[in-house]
Ligand binder design. Sequence first.
Ligand code: URA
Length: 213
Amino acid sequence: MNIAASVGPALALEVADAQSIAELRHQAEGCTRCDLYRNATQIVFGEGPGAAEIVLVGEQPGDQEDVTGRPFVGPAGRLLDACLEEAGLDRRRCYVTNAVKHFKFTPRGKRRLHAKPNAGEIRRCAWWLGAELNILQPKLVVSLGASALYALLGPKAKLTPERGHILHPANHPPVLVTIHPSFLLRVRDEAERHRLHLEFVSDLHKAAEFGAR
Ligand code: URA
């Protein structure tokens, strides 16, 4: 696959211009680049050290992230934390962000059910993700799930065949492709869930080793 041709596409040809993550976050607070800001409580921007060598990219904030304003603090985040720990990767040394920065949901009674962001929303939000990566210049980007992969590498990159691989797109930091932790939460079969869990931890371990180089 010629990843080079599809790099950052998705990642927008143009991205926000800022000197620091703090400045970028400030700009993003007023984001109206797509309609998702209308129903979300607030923008959930990336967080982590400015010198982070590893950037983790998820899909979009969930219900708890929307309320707290912090990425990966709900059930998927807790599972991610446990898997990172098993893999020997310290979350506090990573920058954690999402392809899409506002929570997209469908109201169902009192609940707000996660709704998948579409390609246009991901592309519009790449304005922020691309700028985060420009500022951070990480050693490695870990792509969690299909939406992150789309945001990072465009439509040609496919999760299943690339899972567990580190791709080296031109003009872009290397990307480790793996699943999204919420996928593990949805697998009913215990043996299958255990197998996928081990694979996920092994992928994160690769990221830890890469970051330590
Ligand atoms: N899922 C994501 O992709 N990101 C979060 O921040 C939380 C859940």
